[in-house]
Write a protein that binds this ligand. Structure first.
Ligand code: COA
Length: 693
């Protein structure tokens, strides 16, 4: 018997344990092991039931994604699953941790299922751009009905063991030690002559009329641009329309067509890149990560409060230091208000909110922060004030405290020098709103100790965030690339486009919002403050493109004032505004720019290629080690459509020679200072390679 599955006898029961770290993915060795376990069980007349469970923290994370894209070695997963269901003696799946994808599909083919209450059961294949291909779309609706099945399959929502019991997905929720509980359940079931139930032989509960069309509409809206959720609706519908065996066959066809398509390749790249960035080149594996038990935050503005909530939400005590009592009161009120919103939405209980609030304490003076393991600076973007603060923190903080700045535009090296302890200084850049945004940039200078970076990476994981380690540079990576896109968007307005055209092109591409809608959401006064803080970095043309200043001078601050780049109605719906169109036309005239009709293609190319070019420069300069970091930043931070894989992956699909050609073209039409191809792009294009090889 293969090592990936162990087999043991417990009286009349057999136990097969999947032992394939880290997550018991159903790799070839596991499939061979499961088949061998079924053989052994079948052969021995003294064995009356087989319990299957996973070793370690999970039942199984499903098919081994590393095997995708090449022919599967036999036995294929479907052979294992179907043989399991056909067995003449009962097989019981005992679930804990994650039972996902093919892991859950295997369980669905077992005759009985039990789970610990906090197990997570799910079919998240749509996140990889595919649908379940091991019978999940045919068996799950037979157990829990079309609507509940499509919630799990089409939206990739998992359920707990407890919820699964309520839905009828499992036979029972069990408690205590899983093996003992599962063996117990099997013994009792045999004694009670519980029937061996094959899921595939059940008829699905009647579907509500119109449910499939309704769910297809909802999924098309909620997951705009993604193919797999709609294919999932088609597949689940088959469970109602064709015999089981045909349903299985057609499900697999749909799954394979998606698996070989561009969207799924891109989504699988996104999944792999997110995991790859946890292994940071240049940060030796095993660099010790310190523990952060208590945090202090200086600054009670929107960012300071948001960051405080992030820590409190993860059970980490936070001290908050603002300018005065009024600032403290305002911060506490704002945090309370956001928790009240979560309670009203049903995502937080009163008790949880009270617990979190109790973790946040106001400090009266900087000296009180001395015991924190981490101090995060989140004050206004004023270089002098920040340098003074870092000087003071260098004095009061205990040895080993990490001093972090939330800034992305100011010089981290200067703050590190001001602190007098540069090895302990790093950037910890949250995005607004901090509790909701998944991305964190962790920035290191040449002096930051590797253990400091490792500690912050581990901390970010504890906060449930996706963290990317980057070098300290103006704007870091995310905002620096974003600034290039914003610049082009602004130039395009001067040259003839309108905000609604630019935004439409980018939302058609797959971004949830266009650049102007995003600015209106964040507040034009806030965007303007950032623009002013980095005015030294702007070119003459960018400085003269002062449309933002003009809008703010008119009191148009974005959504919050009812108007910005757009005009907003009572329901916060955006409408193009003739006043803005006029303002842009007048501005262009004043600057002597001849406006023209601009093709959508030019808008897309300039907005995307400007940022990809900057990304290539950052890789070339060693600010980020690889393209992976950049793709993850855009996927996790700015809603880059996952089915396009991230900007650098997208560039590879386009071909870097094509990209270089278009950059050269725009270098002549817009200006070489904006579009000269990054040396790395030229180099890779000449070698016929891409960012990913
Ligand atoms: N196949 C192969 N490897 C997998 C895997 C899978 N289905 N799921 C996870 N892994 C690997 C990861 O790549 C990572 O490897 P690494 O350490 O070499 O980078 C390791 O397992 C741990 O995964 P990670 O995501 O970092 O751990 P986690 O504890 O945060 O999350 C899961 C665990 C199972 C929830 C998460 O990995 C997941 O969602 N996996 C995908 C599940 C899925 O989509 N299954 C359907 C496949 S069709």
């Amino acid at each position: 018997m293969a090592d990936a599955v162990s087999f043991s006898r417990h009286g009349e029961l057999a136990l097969a344990v999947i032992e394939h770290p880290p997550v018991n993915a159903l790799a070839h060795a596991v499939r061979v092991g499961l088949m061998a376990a079924l053989d052994e069980f079948e052969r021995d007349p003294g064995l009356h039931a087989l319990v299957v469970r996973g070793a370690g923290r999970n039942f199984s994370a499903g098919a081994d994604v590393r095997e995708f894209g090449r022919p599967f070695a036999r036995p294929e997963l479907n052979e294992v699953i179907e043989r399991t269901e056909r067995m003449h003696k009962p097989v019981l799946a005992a679930l804990h941790g994650n039972a996902l994808g093919g892991g859950l599909e295997l369980a669905l083919a077992c005759h009985w299922r039990v789970a610990l209450p906090d197990a997570r059961l799910g079919l998240p294949e749509v996140k990889l751009g595919i649908i379940p291909g091991g019978g999940g779309t045919q068996r799950l609706p037979r157990l829990i009905g079309a609507r509940a099945a499509l919630r799990m399959i089409g939206e990739a929502r998992d359920v707990t063991g407890e919820e699964a019991a309520g839905l009828g997905l499992i036979d029972a929720c069990v408690h205590g030690e899983l093996t003992a509980a599962a063996l117990d359940f099997a013994r009792r079931a045999l004694k009670e002559r519980r029937p061996l139930r094959r899921t595939g032989a059940l008829s699905p509960p009647a579907a509500e009329p119109g449910v499939f069309d309704e769910l297809a509409r909802t999924l098309a809206q909620r997951q705009r641009g993604f193919k797999a959720p709609l294919e999932a609706v088609k597949a689940v519908r088959l469970a109602y329309e064709v015999p089981f065996s045909e349903g299985l066959r057609r499900e697999l066809e749909l799954c394979m067509a998606l698996l070989n398509g561009a969207e799924s390749r891109a989504q699988r790249h996104a999944f792999a890149a997110e995991r790859e960035i946890a292994h940071v080149p240049g940060l030796p594996a095993g660099t010790p990560a310190g523990e952060i038990r208590a945090v202090a935050i200086v600054g009670t503005g929107v960012m300071g409060r948001g960051i405080a909530s992030c820590f409190a939400n993860s059970g980490i005590p936070v001290q908050l230091l603002g300018r005065n009592a009024a600032a403290h009161a305002a911060a506490r009120a704002a945090i309370q208000k956001s928790y009240a919103g979560a309670i009203a939405r049903g995502t937080l209980t009163e008790a949880q909110a009270a617990q979190r609030l109790a973790l946040i304490r106001e400090a009266a003076a900087i000296e009180e922060l001395g015991d924190a393991d981490l101090i995060v600076e989140a004050i206004a973007e004023e270089p002098q004030a920040k340098a003074e603060l870092f000087g003071a923190l260098g004095h009061i903080a205990k040895t080993g405290t990490i001093l972090a700045s939330n800034t992305s535009f100011l010089d981290l090296n200067a703050l590190a020098a001001a602190s007098g302890r540069p090895a302990e200084v790093a950037g910890l850049h949250f995005f607004n709103p901090a509790p909701a945004m998944r991305l964190i940039e962790i920035a290191h200078t040449a002096h930051t100790a590797p253990a400091v970076s490792a500690t912050l990476l581990a901390l970010a994981r504890r906060l449930g965030k996706t963290a990317v380690l980057v070098g300290a540079i103006e704007g870091l990576v995310a905002n620096r690339m974003l600034a290039r896109r914003s610049r082009e968007a602004l130039f395009l307005l001067e040259e003839g486009a309108l905000p609604e055209q630019v935004d439409r092109v980018l939302t058609d591409f797959g971004f949830p919002l266009g650049p102007f809608a995003v600015q209106d959401l964040g507040g034009l006064d806030v965007v303007l403050a950032t623009r002013r803080a980095r005015v030294q970095q702007l070119s003459t043309r960018e400085r003269a493109a002062d449309l933002l200043e003009q809008l703010v001078a008119l009191g148009r601050l974005g959504q919050k004032s009812g108007a910005g780049w757009y005009r907003y109605d009572g329901e916060r719906r955006a409408h193009g505004d003739a006043l803005v169109a006029e303002l842009i036309a007048r501005h262009a005239h004043g600057r002597g720019i001849q406006r023209r009709a601009i093709a959508d293609e030019e808008i897309l190319e300039r907005c995307l290629y400007a940022m990809i070019n900057e990304g290539a420069r950052l890789i070339g300069a060693g600010i980020v080690p690889r393209a992976h970091e950049i793709d993850v930043i855009w996927l996790a931070g700015f809603g880059f459509p996952a089915y396009r894989g991230g900007p650098m992956y997208y560039a590879d699909r386009l071909g870097l020679d094509v990209l270089a050609g278009r950059l050269r073209h725009y270098a002549t039409t817009v200006g070489p200072e904006y579009f000269s191809p990054a040396p790395l792009i030229e180099e890779l294009a000449q070698a016929g390679r891409g960012f990913y090889g």
